[in-house]
Design a protein around this ligand. Structure first.
Ligand SMILES: O=c1ccn([C@H]2C[C@H](O)[C@@H](CO)O2)c(=O)[nH]1
Ligand SMILES: [Zn+2]
Length: 137
């Protein structure tokens, strides 16, 4: 898995974040089973609740282009103009959206400060005992 490329893609996407209300810039890069990368940033809104996270932007771009099988996602976040000094974990809503298209025991969530400083989790660790498509029978 090209971890450093995925992290670099998330860092590039973070630069595009539209976050005038929180000032917190997030970038994400999702890797498809075919080894294609789709990136996303958070996009806030004056009405606040329509805001979307970087992870869901990336997943939406991939799914809307016909990709539904993913291996991993890299996420980076920090306030505008500041270095990335903390790991940015996907929020609960994004974990659930990732769950829709991922096997929790095989999908990796990579949170990074830079290409050399990152942690890797299985989605199952971040969203245990999850509810997914298989539960609707
Ligand atoms: O994992 C996360 C957590 C937060 N945000 C965004 C939402 C909002 O625009 C800003 C502050 O919560 O960061 C993300 O994009 N991904
Ligand atoms: Zn989120």
């Amino acid at each position: 898995m090209p971890v450093s490329e995925l992290i670099r893609s998330a860092m590039d996407a973070r630069k595009k974040a539209y976050a005038p209300y929180s000032n917190y810039m997030v970038g994400a890069a999702v890797l498809t089973n075919e080894l294609r990368i789709y990136t996303g940033c958070n996009i806030e809104n004056a009405a606040y609740t329509p805001s979307i996270c970087a992870e869901r932007t990336a997943v939406s771009k991939a799914v809307s282009e016909g990709k539904r099988s993913f291996k991993a996602i890299a996420v980076v976040g920090s306030p505008k103009g500041e270095l990335i000094t903390q790991y940015a974990f996907p929020c609960g809503v994004c974990r659930q959206v990732l769950r829709e298209f991922a096997d929790p025991e095989r999908f990796f969530v990579i949170v990074a400060k830079n290409e050399a400083d990152y942690r890797i989790y299985l989605l199952k660790e971040l969203l245990p005992e999850s509810f997914g498509p298989e539960n609707l029978y």
